[in-house]
Design a protein around this ligand. Structure first.
Ligand SMILES: [Mn+2]
Length: 326
């Protein structure tokens, strides 16, 4: 066994001991949640509910769960951020690379007797007092599946549904992630969950208004062939007026179209936020580590998928990005 494996096994054992000893639990997901953080939070919450341990699951913003995640088991465990207890025995964060990802709920860390950070972001800042961070894991739900095995939790349909939601979305529908993602999928599907229906609801269902939004947004796309050391950058803007009445799911889908551009190693989608700032999503194919780029611009993420927040005029945002890409 190599050293990383040893460290991870130790972290996993410590995490299981911490979870097993918890008298009361808060599970926090990241702001603007995706299916990995919500699937992780609800799976963990479901286990505590079954054990009879008081548990709350929450995320700071926006005010409502994305509609595509509404049929995930355990969603009744979700509470409004204002209702999250100020003090708790154990606070667990799932899929959060830094405390900032907790938004307004970051303050709850101080009120917990113990904090446990479960994540798979290489850029994780290790902001808790114990950590289980597996940077090679395809999703936080994959990290949790190993925790559950070690903990002796039996996999059933409800847990498998939650874990599969994070697995199928964070692997881009199994486009990446390798054999381990398929092995886990096999185990989860064996419980009888409908993988096709889960994927369709999470990834392949949009209202008609998505199509004119795409038309407007993709019309802003620009290609900078010389960017990123000659690999090329493609970028597009999502203005607030483009997305009126649409869900986060529609906005988040744009990067998956833009990143298919053959002439660009790096893709960026620059989304206008309500306060006039910009939320920038980055993707790369092979040679560029966008986690590094995003971290230098104040954000974080994975090697091939990362993001950050920017302020200023739109052309300045692009100029800074080009400068950082080199
Ligand atoms: Mn994730």
């Amino acid at each position: 066994m190599d050293r990383v494996h040893d460290r991870l096994a130790d972290e996993r054992d410590a995490a299981v001991a911490r979870l097993d000893a918890a008298a009361s639990v808060t599970v926090l997901c990241h702001v603007h949640p995706d299916a990995d953080t919500i699937g992780s939070g609800l799976a963990l919450g479901t286990i505590f509910e079954r054990r009879g341990t008081p548990v709350q699951v929450s995320f700071a913003e926006p005010g409502a769960l994305p509609e595509s995640m509404e049929d995930l088991p355990g969603r009744h465990l979700l509470v409004d951020p204002a209702d999250v207890a100020d003090t708790v025995d154990l606070l667990v964060t799932v899929d959060c690379g830094s405390a900032a990802r907790l938004g307004s709920l970051a303050g709850r860390l101080a009120g917990a007797a113990h904090t446990l950070v479960v994540d798979h972001h290489p850029s994780n800042t290790r902001f808790g007092d114990s950590h289980l961070v597996d940077a090679d894991a395809v999703s936080t739900t994959a990290v949790l599946s190993e925790v559950f095995d070690r903990w002796g939790v039996e996999m059933d349909r409800d847990l498998a549904h939650c874990l599969y939601a994070g697995l199928v979305t964070d692997t881009g529908s199994f486009r990446w992630g390798g054999a381990s993602a398929h092995v886990l999928a096999d185990r989860l599907l064996a419980t009888g969950i409908d993988g096709a229906a889960i994927a369709r609801r999470l990834l392949d269902t949009h209202p008609f208004g998505w199509l004119p939004m795409l038309s407007a947004v993709l019309g802003t796309a620009q290609l900078v062939p010389g960017a990123a050391g000659g690999g090329g950058l493609v970028y597009a803007f999502v203005r607030r007026e483009n997305t009126l009445g649409l869900r986060p799911e529609e906005v988040e889908s744009v990067i998956d179209i833009v990143r298919t551009t053959a002439e660009a190693e790096v893709a960026a989608v620059v989304k206008e936020a309500r306060d006039g700032s910009w939320s920038v999503s980055l993707r790369s194919k092979n040679s560029v580590d966008v986690a590094d780029v995003a971290t230098r611009l104040g954000g974080g993420g994975h090697r091939f998928a990362a993001g950050y927040t920017a302020t200023g005029a739109s052309d300045q945002v692009i100029a800074r990005l080009l400068e950082t890409l080199g």
